[in-house]
Design a protein around this ligand. Structure first.
Ligand code: NAD
Length: 424
């Protein structure tokens, strides 16, 4: 194992830089002491491991695996494990810090972490994936743990990999330790309500913001970028609450229907069409870039990062943006949205429903008990509403955007806890 010093981020408007610039603004508003600022900025631990894995052809390939614990001030650290060719330490560090603020803003007792392996999961067999996942778990055996650091799925990983991680860790302990990871299959202690949790949190944040803006959900129009897990659930649940979803998009293109897209219909089409909306006839195809510029009440970016930038922010017509994706708005675009009086519910708040229900999964595992779907959604809705209200009040009090207010709430909580705990 190698513990290494943090390296500076060079890229200009990458999502991490965007996040750090908001962190700095929020820290200034809070009057955060310089010493505490540096403590909160620096990751606690960065681990790089070499993972020699026997491939199906009999050769041995060495993969590089990472785990960064950004903070464990509020409790054990939490964050996904990403399997992707683009994984590198700076990215993992950025995503780990993101997790710290996200957990703090919804007031769950976790710090932030992230892990990853540089690999191409699409080119690996099931057996190779299993051996790689087990090798990673074994290499991180001293790092992870239900009271220490709790991985979860991210890009390229899912319930299957979490089952292997849980099993490998449990073998080392000589007993089943299902609280070591979240996002497990239901039969292994996964939680009901996890699949829809992030989209549901997006819906709850959207309704809370619409109430403040006096937008009647029954008269509201929405455009949703990304029709995967987050986007499709947000679309379905917003439609259920009365909103008209006039546009959705995925990698195949963007689809618009002034009368409203029937989301159950679009979902059925997608499931029968290898997960894509390609060829969907319930709407007309439009330029994907246009979706973000539609004259709608609510815009939900739920696909990828960095889609609302200086290049298009001044042309956005939505009254409200609810960030389902991580990092969809660049820091430079924040100012433009503020000037245009567009409210943006930031990612660390709007998409925190997922980590909230992951926390519930861990709680249920530790209780040795299963909650009903109704209990999961009732409790996560309450957490999301409380977090929204706290952020909204902070924004009013300090005359800042919801984004800066969310960072202020998160940083304030971690800083106060740090001061009580003390250091060397
Ligand atoms: P997903 O893979 O299920 O879906 C992504 C969707 O976006 C797909 O429909 C894909 O076709 C579409 N897409 C990709 N690039 C696009 C583009 N350029 N334009 C339009 N559509 C595009 O992923 P997901 O789990 O729904 O995650 C979406 C975003 O939400 C990511 O930023 C992710 O980090 C974030 N997020 C997800 C969760 C979760 O619980 N799944 C939690 C928090 C944040």
């Amino acid at each position: 194992m190698a513990y290494i010093e943090p390296a500076p981020i060079k890229d200009k408007e990458n999502p991490f830089e965007s996040m750090m610039s908001r962190f700095q603004i929020a820290a200034d508003h809070l009057g955060l002491e310089e010493e505490v600022y540096h403590v909160l900025k620096s990751p606690v631990k960065q681990v790089i491991v070499s993972l020699p894995v026997t491939m199906d052809r009999g050769s041995i390939q060495v993969f590089e695996g990472y785990r960064v614990i950004h903070s464990n001030i509020l409790g054990p650290s939490k964050g996904g494990v990403r399997f992707d060719m683009d994984v590198h330490l700076d990215e993992v560090k950025a995503l780990a810090a993101w997790m710290t603020w996200k957990c703090a803003v919804v007031d769950i007792p976790y710090g932030g972490a992230k892990g990853g392996i540089k690999c191409n999961p699409r080119k690996m067999s099931k057996g190779e994936m299993e051996r790689l996942t087990r090798a990673y778990t074994q290499a991180m055996y001293e790092i992870i743990g239900p009271d220490r650091d709790i991985p979860a799925p991210d890009m390229g990983t899912g319930p299957r990999e979490m089952a292997w991680m849980m099993d490998q860790y449990s073998r080392g302990h000589g007993m089943t330790v299902n609280a070591v990871v979240t996002g497990k299959p239901l039969v292994l202690g996964g939680s009901l309500g996890r699949v829809e949790a992030t989209g549901r949190g997006v819906m709850i944040s959207a309704l809370a913001a619409m109430e403040k803006l006096r937008i009647n959900p029954f008269k509201a129009t929405c455009a949703i970028q990304g029709f995967g897990n987050v986007g499709s659930w947000a679309a379905h649940l917003l439609e259920e609450r009365g909103a008209k979803i006039v546009a959705v998009s995925d990698l195949s293109g963007a689809y618009y229907n002034e009368e409203g897209i029937n989301i159950s219909d679009a979902n059925k089409y997608r499931s029968n069409n290898e997960g894509t909306l390609e060829g969907y006839a319930g709407a007309e195809k439009i330029d994907p870039d246009e979706l973000l510029l539609l004259d709608v009440d609510v815009l939900v970016p739920a696909a990828v990062e960095d889609v609302i930038t200086v290049a298009n922010a001044d042309r956005i017509k939505a009254k409200l943006i609810v960030e389902g994706a991580n990092g969809p708005t660049s820091a430079k675009a924040d100012k433009i949205l503020m000037e245009k009086d567009i409210m943006a519910v930031p990612d660390i708040l709007a998409n925190a429903g997922g980590v909230t229900v992951s926390y519930f999964e861990w709680v249920q595992n530790r209780l040795g008990y299963k909650w009903t779907a109704e209990r999961v959604s009732r409790r996560s809705d309450r957490i999301m509403k409380d977090a929204f209200n706290k952020v909204y009040k902070t924004a009013l009090k300090h005359n800042v955007s919801l984004r800066i207010a969310a960072y202020m709430v998160a940083i304030d909580k971690v800083a106060k806890t740090y001061k009580f705990r003390g250091g060397f």
